[in-house]
Design a protein around this ligand. Structure first.
Ligand SMILES: Cc1cc2nc3c(=O)[nH]c(=O)nc-3n(C[C@H](O)[C@H](O)[C@H](O)COP(=O)(O)OP(=O)(O)OC[C@H]3O[C@@H](n4cnc5c(N)ncnc54)[C@H](O)[C@@H]3O)c2cc1C
Length: 399
């Protein structure tokens, strides 16, 4: 019997497992795919990741981002530059394998090519059944991503919001000059309720689209439209995109159901801990993994009666951030053209948002600083819209 079994060894699982082993617990990590495994992902780490991880992942950084080139449907381009890094680009197979190796070095027993098919929880432990056998532990951690078996087995009724996403990688001899060194391209005019991107890596570009399921029923059409219209990709043969859901935090009560039972916790994508503005999940996967590990260690050392401290910490540290982010996402993706024009006229707001990605501001402090501007902006917008409707109405009558 292990102290803990961690299901899934992406960033959330690898970091949780490493932290548990560091505290002296016996830990088994089960991963469906062979490590290193490919993951459909932009591989963009916001620069604040340095607050969570030791710097030994830096040799895996393929590009450091200092600028974002914003576009609306391939046009109306503008760039906002930052002196300090905003983000780091990694390939997920190498980055995730690095975290798994670190967990292994801390003493975690790693079994890859080991798909978990079901999990059950009893009074004295959990039983985890895989395609090859079964294992027992005192605690199970669901770090098995967007389609989590652990969530489905032990957290019945949990539902959340999903972004559909498609991404492709294309080899390039050099980064296109229309993108520029150390820059990414973001377009909020191609995908209804979402955005499209080009992220540079060493000798390749990651190209993708992500948008809300239900509103966008043709992500492939969006992807093709973006690839054809994005100036950075002119003359480049981009392969077709691979699909994967992004489990966003949406803020509805069903999405805020507990993340802990008596013997199980959910972390990362399995817990829908993805920022609703950008779909950034790696940072929160690692953050939630570390929070969960503290709570499990305290509980197994007899310091706390259960695992609810994890829930409480997510509710205290992450949900208030996501609630503000969800309001911002609503504004940006409901009025994409207007927001694009507003950001073009107000690059200082973009720079302040960069400070969130650098870890200098939180979403809450960011919003407090721009709130006055945002309210004045929307009030003016409503006045202008109303004026234009009335003037159209008057000219209609006079004709
Ligand atoms: C197209 C796209 C682009 C993205 N771009 C970014 C980005 O640029 N930056 C960012 O921060 N986030 C991005 N994300 C989100 C990011 O990929 C996730 O939030 C992040 O991977 C979550 O980490 P995780 O460890 O929770 O889950 P995952 O990384 O999904 O890891 C889960 C692991 O569990 C394993 N697993 C699944 N089922 C089982 C099972 N039954 N048994 C055993 N193992 C199992 C999987 O093989 C996988 O290795 C993107 C997502 C998509 C789809």
């Amino acid at each position: 019997m292990y102290d803990a079994i961690v299901v899934g060894l992406g960033p959330a699982g690898a970091v949780t497992a490493a932290e548990l082993a560091r505290a002296g617990l016996s830990v088994l990590g089960l991963e469906w795919k062979a490590v290193p495994r490919y993951k459909v992902c932009g591989g963009g780490l916001s620069a604040r990741i340095d607050r969570l991880l030791e710097p030994d992942f830096h040799p895996l950084i393929e590009d450091t981002i200092h600028a974002v080139r914003f576009r609306f449907a391939g046009t109306e381009s503008f760039e906002v530059v930052s002196r300090e890094p905003i983000a780091f680009m990694v390939m997920r197979d190498r980055f995730d394998a690095h975290l798994v190796r670190k967990a292994e070095a801390r003493g975690v027993r790693i079994l890859d090519n080991e798909r978990v098919v079901s999990v059950s929880e009893g009074a004295d432990g959990v039983a985890v059944t895989t395609a090859r056998g079964w294992y027992r532990a005192r605690i199970v951690v669901g770090a098995d991503g967007a389609n989590s078996v652990v969530a489905r087995s032990l957290f019945a009724g949990r539902r959340g919001r999903l972004w559909g996403a498609l991404e492709g990688e294309v080899a390039v001899p050099r980064i296109p000059s229309s993108l520029g060194a150390g820059a990414i391209a973001l377009d909020i005019g191609v995908v209804p309720w979402g955005y499209a991107w080009v992220f540079p890596k060493e000798g390749r570009l990651s190209v993708g689209v992500a948008g809300l399921h239900g509103r966008e029923r043709n992500p492939k059409g969006c992807y093709d439209r973006f690839v054809q219209g994005e100036p950075t990709l002119t003359g480049i043969e981009v392969p077709r995109g691979l699909g994967h859901p992004i489990p966003l935090y949406g803020g509805r009560p069903a999405e805020r159901m507990p993340l802990a039972t008596k013997r199980a916790v959910l972390v990362g994508d399995a817990a829908h801990l993805v920022d609703p503005v950008l779909g950034e999940g790696i940072y929160y996967a690692i953050l939630s993994g570390r929070m969960a590990a503290v709570s499990i260690v305290d509980h197994l050392h007899g310091l706390t009666p259960d695992l609810t401290a994890y829930d409480a910490e997510v509710a205290r540290e992450i949900y208030p951030e996501f609630r503000v982010a969800a309001r911002m996402a609503w504004a940006v993706y409901t009025f994409p053209r207007i927001m694009h024009q507003a950001l073009r006229r107000g690059p200082e707001v973009v720079r302040l948002y960069y400070d969130v990605l650098k870890g200098r501001e939180t979403y809450q402090s960011f919003f407090a600083k721009i709130r006055g501007k945002a309210e004045a902006f929307f009030a003016r917008l409503v006045r202008e819209k109303a004026a234009s409707v009335f003037s159209r109405g008057c000219s209609g009558r006079s004709r």
